[in-house]
Design a binder for this molecule. Structure first.
Ligand code: MN
Ligand code: MN
Length: 285
C-alpha cells in the first residue's frame, strides 16, 4: 500500500495541535499477528468520512492535525520501545497531543510515560477486553498482555479500565487485592456507560491519557482483532467515553486491530473513533 496520510491531517508539525503517528509493530502478539498493518489500513479508511463531523459539530478540515507517518521500529519490542520513547517525548515537549495508531498494546507505554513527565498528576484510562495485568507473558515483560501492570507499577496509580472480561485468576486477585478500578463489560451493560464514566470522573480529576484497545468493542462490530473476546462494548459506549473525557485527554492511542481478519470494517471503525476523538477534543477548546 502507498504511504498515505490520515484524512484531513493538513497541518505541518509546527502548527499542529494533534500529531498522528503509526507504530507498525506486532512482535509480541500472542494469538493473531497483523496489527503492524493497522496504521496504514486506518489511514486508508479515514477517507471514507466527510470532513464535517455532525455529531460533534466540528469540521476536521478546520483542525490543526499533522500526520508524522509511521515511526521506525526495530525487530525486538525493547529496542522499539526505546526508539519511540524519543519521539513521544518530543511530541509532548512540543506541546502536542499525540495520537498513536498501533500496532500492539505494549506500544502505549512510552507515550503514557512521556505524558507523565509533563503532567505529574496524569491519570490513565484504558478500554480493553483484557486485564493486561500479567507481570510477564511467555517470558516477555514488555508483552502486550502486561501493559496495564507496567503502567500502574511504573507510571501512575490513577488508573481505570473499562470493558474488561478476560484475565487469569492471578490478574483478578491482583486487581481485587489492590482495589484497582476495573469496570467490566457487564458493569457497562448493567449500569450504563454514563454511570461508569461518572465513577471515573470522581476517581481521576486531572489530565488523562486514553488508550483504546480495539478488542474492548464486541467482535460483532470489530472482528479484525489480535485477540477477539465476545460480549463486549458497543461502538456508542466507546464514543461516549471518548466524548466525555476528551476535554481532559492529553494523549490518545488506538491499538490491536489486525486488519487481515475482516473485509475492512474494523479499520473503518478504528478510523472513525480516531476522528471522533479529534472532533471531541477540538470542540472542547
Ligand atoms: Mn490490551
Ligand atoms: Mn485486549
Amino acid at each position: 500500500m502507498q504511504n498515505i496520510l490520515f484524512a484531513d491531517a493538513n497541518s505541518d508539525y509546527k502548527t499542529a495541535r494533534y500529531v498522528i503517528c503509526g507504530v507498525p509493530f506486532d512482535g509480541t502478539s500472542s494469538f493473531r499477528t497483523g496489527s503492524r498493518l493497522a496504521p496504514q489500513e486506518m489511514r486508508a479508511a479515514s477517507y471514507n468520512f466527510e470532513t464535517y463531523n455532525s455529531f460533534f459539530d466540528i469540521d476536521l478540515a478546520d483542525v490543526q492535525i499533522h500526520d508524522a507517518g509511521d515511526l521506525e521500529v526495530a525487530s525486538t519490542i525493547d529496542e522499539t520501545l526505546e526508539m519511540i520513547s524519543v519521539t513521544a517525548e518530543k511530541y509532548i515537549g512540543d506541546g502536542k497531543i499525540p495520537i498513536m495508531l498501533g500496532g500492539e498494546h505494549s506500544l502505549t507505554f512510552p507515550f503514557v510515560n512521556a505524558c507523565k513527565s509533563k503532567y505529574p498528576d496524569l491519570g490513565f484510562v484504558v478500554l480493553d477486553a483484557h486485564m493486561d495485568f500479567r507481570q510477564e507473558y511467555r517470558g516477555e515483560k514488555n508483552s502486550h498482555a502486561c501493559i496495564s501492570r507496567h503502567i500502574i507499577e511504573n507510571v501512575t496509580q490513577k488508573y481505570a479500565s473499562v470493558g474488561i472480561r478476560s484475565g487469569n485468576r492471578e490478574e483478578y486477585d491482583y486487581v481485587n487485592e489492590n482495589n484497582i478500578k476495573v469496570f467490566s463489560a457487564e458493569d457497562v451493560f448493567s449500569n450504563g456507560i454514563e454511570s461508569v464514566i461518572d465513577d471515573i470522573r470522581n476517581e481521576i480529576k486531572g489530565p488523562i491519557y486514553l488508550s483504546v484497545d480495539m478488542d474492548a468493542i464486541d467482535p460483532a462490530y470489530a472482528p479484525a482483532l489480535g485477540t477477539p473476546e465476545p460480549y463486549g462494548l458497543t461502538p456508542r459506549d466507546v464514543r461516549e467515553v471518548i466524548s466525555s473525557l476528551a476535554p481532559k485527554i492529553v494523549g490518545f492511542d488506538l491499538v490491536e486491530i489486525a486488519p487481515e481478519y475482516d473485509s475492512g470494517g474494523t479499520a473503518v471503525m478504528g478510523a472513525k473513533l480516531v476522528r471522533d476523538f479529534i472532533a471531541a477534543s477540538a470542540r472542547a477548546l
